[in-house]
Design a protein around this ligand. Structure first.
Ligand SMILES: [Zn+2]
Ligand SMILES: [Zn+2]
Length: 338
């Protein structure tokens, strides 16, 4: 079997890897229907996160169960399943509290940019669809493995409520799906921050009412202007840089909430500034497992089409081009088909 392996900055290779097999009785093996490149894959790809050894890549996946370990009860061969980028038992106290991505037995998924994948803790991690989905539905189901679930969590963490004003920092797949999530939660006004025409268009399609093209001080000033000097009730931070985090904090009104889901890189917060800002901060790796059943239902009934974030589809063996296209911002998100 061949899969994607990252060797160092801008050096991802499609090369021979060991065939996955069941190691523990709680494992499942799935045949991947579609996988993709994530914005978070770009941190190590760009050399902004060290790569100490050749690393098999990919953590977003869906497909057909091929085999299960002897202890697996809730999924069976032949079913179409989707799982989170964090495997979880879904039974420990953190899971029961809705924080499956902090599961006591958590395992980060890797190796999904491949035709076959081993999923640990299959009972807790995987959720089956009612039937085998149509080919057209697969991209939307794939987004539930991470980006749609993460955008949704950002909106939940930012306490988006009907009629409220929401600002979204970041126009990657997660930011755009954060817009869609805020729309579904009934936000009255959704301000998307983007300077990229194609992404602005998709943001509008997903429910953005206003677009702010400025960043930093000017971007914050624009949001203040649009909200009569008050600031947004809820801000979704979907980037993870110092600039984006400060933009989020400063664009939020006193008493408002920020959901931050961009993996922070080099972010330093000043205690006093945070204290006097009077905002709530909640975020982290999204517990997408919590939202999977509801989001599968929304996709299944045709109520949402988050798969629109994939504007590039490639055969899996062209995975290196997927990374390049996203790195150069030629593509929002690259879908890979084995
Ligand atoms: Zn991801
Ligand atoms: Zn758990």
């Amino acid at each position: 079997m061949k899969g994607a392996v990252l060797y160092g900055p801008r050096d991802v290779r499609f090369e021979e890897r060991e065939d996955p097999k069941i190691i523990k009785p709680t494992d499942a093996i799935i045949k991947i229907a579609a996988t993709c490149v994530c914005g978070s894959d770009l941190w190590p790809y760009r050399g902004l996160q060290p790569v100490n050894e050749p690393t098999p890549m990919g953590h977003e996946y869906c497909g057909i169960v091929e085999g299960v370990g002897s202890a697996v009860r809730s999924v069976k061969p032949g079913q179409f399943v989707i799982g989170s980028f964090a495997a979880s038992d879904n039974t420990c106290p953190h899971c029961r509290a809705g924080y499956q991505s902090s599961c006591i037995d958590r395992e980060w998924m890797l190796r999904a940019q491949a035709p076959v994948l081993r999923v640990p803790l299959a009972d807790g991690t995987l959720v089956a669809t009612p039937e085998t989905p149509s080919k057209e539905m697969i991209p939307s189901l794939l987004t539930l493995s991470d980006v749609m679930g993460t955008g949704w969590f950002a909106a939940v963490a930012a306490d988006v409520k009907p009629g409220k004003t929401v600002a979204v920092v970041g126009d990657g797949a997660v930011g755009l799906l954060g817009v869609l999530s805020a729309k579904l939660m009934g936000a009255g006004r959704i301000i998307a921050m983007s300077r990229h025409e194609k992404r602005q268009k998709l943001a509008r399609e997903f429910g953005a009412t206003d677009i702010v093209t400025d960043r930093g001080d000017v971007g914050v000033a624009r949001i203040k202007e649009l909200t009569k000097g008050i600031g947004a009730d809820s801000v979704l931070e979907c980037v993870g840089t110092q600039e984006s985090m400060m933009q989020a904090i400063r664009a939020t009104r006193p008493g408002g909430s920020i959901g931050y889901v961009g993996v922070p890189h080099g972010v330093q917060l000043d205690g006093q500034q945070l204290f006097f800002s009077h905002v709530r901060l909640h975020g982290g790796p999204a517990p997408v497992r919590r939202f999977l059943p509801d989001l599968i239902d929304l996709v299944w009934k045709g109520k949402i089409n988050p798969g629109k974030v994939f504007d590039l589809t490639l055969p899996l063996d062209q995975v290196t081009e997927g990374y390049r296209a996203m790195d150069e911002r030629r593509a929002i998100k690259a879908l890979l088909v084995p």
